[in-house]
Structure formats: structure tokens, C-alpha cells
Design a protein around this ligand. Structure first.
Ligand code: AVJ
Ligand code: FE
Length: 438
């Protein structure tokens, strides 16, 4: 097999995996549920269904294949910048069967195109980039649709085996790990499917710090609540406190008090699992918890150094464990499970520092604003990253159980408003290591 054939197979497999997930998430509910808006924060599922097809048509059939638009009149309906999510249900959207056949038709033509594709004739196809971008895009919407499922009221429809129990050494792990100070390489210039905001590779000097070995657990977070953390403005920034008051926050989203804390997960209520990483907290809550704990959130650079820096070689790895693509023994990704694994899971996926679960389980809020790296170039479109850069968005790292491996790596950057809680976000805390004796 030629190198091009190997790439072709990989692309076909990633596109098929994304479509399998999209199909599952959009056939397991009835038509009424597909067109309904389950939360003003989310699009109706039928919008995501046609939007992924429309993006695939735009980038692969039109940009790469030079084809004319299949249905130019629907383009504005599926342009995320034309209509906010809350307004999408009132648009003349394609009906579920129309959206499915549009997606099917686009995919059929893409497979024909892929058959004959010559990679690297243009920057867009070099290394299969734009095909990888479209597979990642569909998987990102599969995660968004999973969040819509979590917000959906009514009987549970999704199910998956629970994550494996914590390994034997989990309870005995040190609370924090040490990450040495000094320069490391952040971002990438070589990862073929890395998106524009992950580029270019650049050196950042990060002073020594300590980082939680695992994400903060439900039990630890419940202590913050029990200690009155939601009622003490000392722990909150001014903006965070104002938001806590306005929004009436008193526990993570989907928690309710029934004499004990109960969490609703994909339509099923259960007492919180003490050693499971906390989920569905906003940045303000994570930041307040950290201050209550006498700590702080890690910066984005600290997070990436903890996840990628190998002190032995002095180089940055693709993933905490090395170069190998994620597998079920390394990380909880890909919607194989519908919950994070217990804190301390995946010892094989640990970083050189000993930190576990940096990839998978829960997105981790960092203290950092979403900003371009030095030398950033918007590519191939400004609306992926550039229009979001600025202090309104905070960066999340590491991916969650709902994230596909194709859309997750040590350099991957996610972002959202600091008030958002419907995403699969948790966090871990850090502290500077200046006091460490040499
Ligand atoms: C990277 C998750 C913030 O959902 O807004 C999907 C991904 N961009 N379609 C988003 C995305 C365009 C994006 N996030
Ligand atoms: Fe999109």
C-alpha cells in the first residue's frame, strides 16, 4: 500500500466513525425529539445533523472537489454565525429525513472524491488535513449532541457500560505531582490534523509547580459545598460572585439535594459517586473551589507542560503517555462510557509527572483566556478560532469521555464562556512550587 492509500483508509475510517456516532445520537430519539429545542443553549439535534453535512459539502465537495453547491438556498440556515442557537428551531430547517438524505448524499460523493484524492497538491489537503478537519468537526458536534442528550428531559435512551473501577493504587496516590520549572515546547507545527489555534510550536518558560494528580472529585467538591463555599464571597472573584448570585448557583448543574446529593446523568438519577471527577461546573465555580482549597487553577501552559513535557528527553509528547494514539487502556474517550472514570484510573495513560487522566474523562478548566499563540495564522477559516480570541472565553484542556480521539491530543484547545456548565467540564487545581527546597 502506498502512503496515500494508508491515509485514504484512515480518513475513511474516521469519517465513518463520526457518522456512526451521529447516526446513533439522532436515531435513538423520535422525530419530535429531533426537532425540539431541549435547551436554549443548544440547537435542535436536526440542526447539528444537517450542519455537519453542510460543512462537509462546503469543505470537501466545493473547496477540494470544485463542485457547485448542492442546495445553495440552505447554506445560510446552517451557518453558525447567521443564527444563534436559541433561534434555530424557528428556521425552515430540513426535516429529519431530508437532513439524513442530504448527509448521505454528501458522504457518498465525498467517498468518490476520496478514492481519487491526491494529497498535498494544496495546503488544504496536505497530510489529509481538510478531511481530518471535517472528521473532527462532526465528532465535535457529536459531543455537542451528547450535551443536548444530557439536557433532554424524559426517559433515558442512551446507555453504555460503566467505566472500569479504579485501579488498586488509586487510593494511595499522592494528592499532587511536581512539574519542574524551565522552558518547554507548547503547541505544534508538525501534527498534521492540528487546528490553527494549536499552532505554531513555541517555547514557553513555566516555573515549577504542583498539580493535582487527578481531577477534583465529587466528594471533594461536596466538601466545598458543605463548608458553605457557595455562600462565602471570599472564594469568588467579583464577577464570579455576581454570577453565583444572579444564577442562584448552589451545586453543579444536574445535582439535586435529596437528603444526599443526587446527580442526573442522561436521564438516570443516582447518588453522586464520591471518587468520580466532578462534572458540569462553570469556570467561576472551579475558580472558587480552588481558592477555597488554598490553591488556584493551572494556567493553560502549566496544563500542557504537565501533559506533554518529558523531562528525560526535554521534548513535548503528543499525549501524556507518549506518541501512541489513545486506546481504551490509556484514556476514557469516544463515548465508550457515558461518565468519567474514577479518579486515579488509567495508570498506563499517566504523564511523566505522574498526573493521571489529563486526557479524557472531563474537560479541565484552566485559568487562561483563549488567545492566539505567537505567530498564529488563521487557517483555513477565521471563524474556527480567530473570532473567539479574547478575554471573554476561558480555555479547557484534555477532552472528556464524550470526545473522540480524533479531536483530542495534548495540544488540543477548547474554549467557552466562564458561566457555561452544560459542557462536560471539571477541573484540577495547582499551586506554585517556589517553596520547594533544591
Ligand atoms: C471548539 C467546541 C468551541 O462547538 O463552538 C464546531 C467547535 N466549531 N463547529 C464549538 C466547533 C465549529 C467549537 N468548540
Ligand atoms: Fe460546527
Amino acid at each position: 500500500m502506498t502512503e496515500n492509500d494508508t491515509l485514504r483508509e484512515r480518513i475513511a475510517a474516521e469519517l465513518a466513525a463520526a457518522r456512526d456516532r451521529t447516526t446513533l445520537l439522532t436515531t435513538i430519539v423520535d422525530e419530535a425529539d429531533l426537532v425540539r429545542q431541549h435547551s436554549p443553549l443548544m440547537s435542535p439535534l436536526v440542526w447539528d445533523l444537517a450542519h455537519v453535512a453542510n460543512q462537509e459539502e462546503l469543505w470537501l465537495l466545493r473547496e477540494v472537489g470544485g463542485r457547485i453547491p448542492m442546495h445553495p438556498e440552505i447554506d445560510p440556515l446552517y451557518d453558525a454565525f447567521e443564527h444563534p442557537r436559541a433561534k434555530r428551531p424557528s428556521l425552515p430547517l430540513l426535516q429529519p429525513d431530508e437532513a439524513r438524505s442530504y448527509g448521505h448524499e454528501v458522504r457518498g460523493r465525498v467517498m468518490d472524491l476520496l478514492e481519487r484524492a491526491q494529497f498535498g497538491r494544496t495546503q488544504l489537503t496536505d497530510g489529509g488535513f481538510v478531511f481530518g478537519m471535517i472528521a473532527q468537526h462532526e465528532q465535535q458536534h457529536d459531543e455537542t449532541m451528547l450535551a443536548t442528550h444530557q439536557l433532554r428531559a424524559g426517559a433515558a435512551v442512551l446507555s453504555a457500560p460503566p467505566p472500569p473501577p479504579a485501579p488498586a493504587d488509586a487510593a494511595a496516590l499522592p494528592a499532587e505531582v511536581y512539574v519542574p520549572g524551565g522552558p518547554f515546547t507548547m503547541g505544534t507545527s508538525t501534527e498534521p490534523w492540528a487546528l490553527d489555534n494549536e499552532r505554531p510550536a513555541h517555547v514557553v518558560d513555566v516555573p515549577a509547580f504542583y498539580l493535582d494528580t487527578t481531577p477534583v472529585t465529587n466528594a471533594a467538591y461536596a466538601e466545598f459545598i458543605a463548608d458553605g463555599g457557595y455562600d462565602d464571597p471570599r472564594w469568588w472573584t467579583a464577577e464570579g460572585w455576581a454570577h453565583r448570585q444572579r444564577a442562584g448557583l448552589r451545586a453543579p448543574l444536574f445535582w439535586r439535594w435529596e437528603g444526599e446529593w443526587v446527580r442526573v446523568s442522561f436521564g438516570i438519577a443516582n447518588p453522586i459517586v464520591p471518587n468520580e471527577p466532578v462534572l458540569h461546573v462553570c469556570w467561576y465555580e472551579a475558580d472558587a473551589y480552588a481558592r477555597w482549597a488554598g490553591r488556584r487553577l493551572p494556567s493553560e501552559a502549566e496544563w500542557e507542560k504537565a501533559a506533554r513535557y518529558d523531562p528525560v528527553s526535554g521534548r513535548s509528547r503528543r499525549y501524556p503517555w507518549g506518541e501512541e494514539t489513545p486506546s481504551p487502556s490509556l484514556a476514557n474517550l469516544g463515548q465508550r462510557h457515558l461518565a468519567p472514570a474514577p479518579a486515579g484510573s488509567y495508570p498506563a495513560g499517566a504523564a511523566p509527572s505522574g498526573a493521571r487522566q489529563l486526557i479524557g474523562d472531563v474537560w479541565e478548566w484552566t485559568s487562561s483566556d483563549f488567545l492566539p499563540y505567537p505567530g498564529f495564522v488563521a487557517w483555513p477559516y477565521k471563524e474556527y478560532s480567530e473570532v473567539f480570541f479574547g478575554p471573554e472565553y476561558k480555555v479547557l484542556r484534555g477532552g472528556a469521555f464524550g470526545v473522540s480521539p480524533v479531536a483530542c491530543r495534548g495540544t488540543f484547545r477548547n474554549w467557552d464562556y466562564p458561566i457555561r456548565r452544560q459542557i462536560f467540564a471539571g477541573f484540577r487545581t495547582a499551586r506554585p512550587a517556589a517553596e520547594r527546597a533544591l
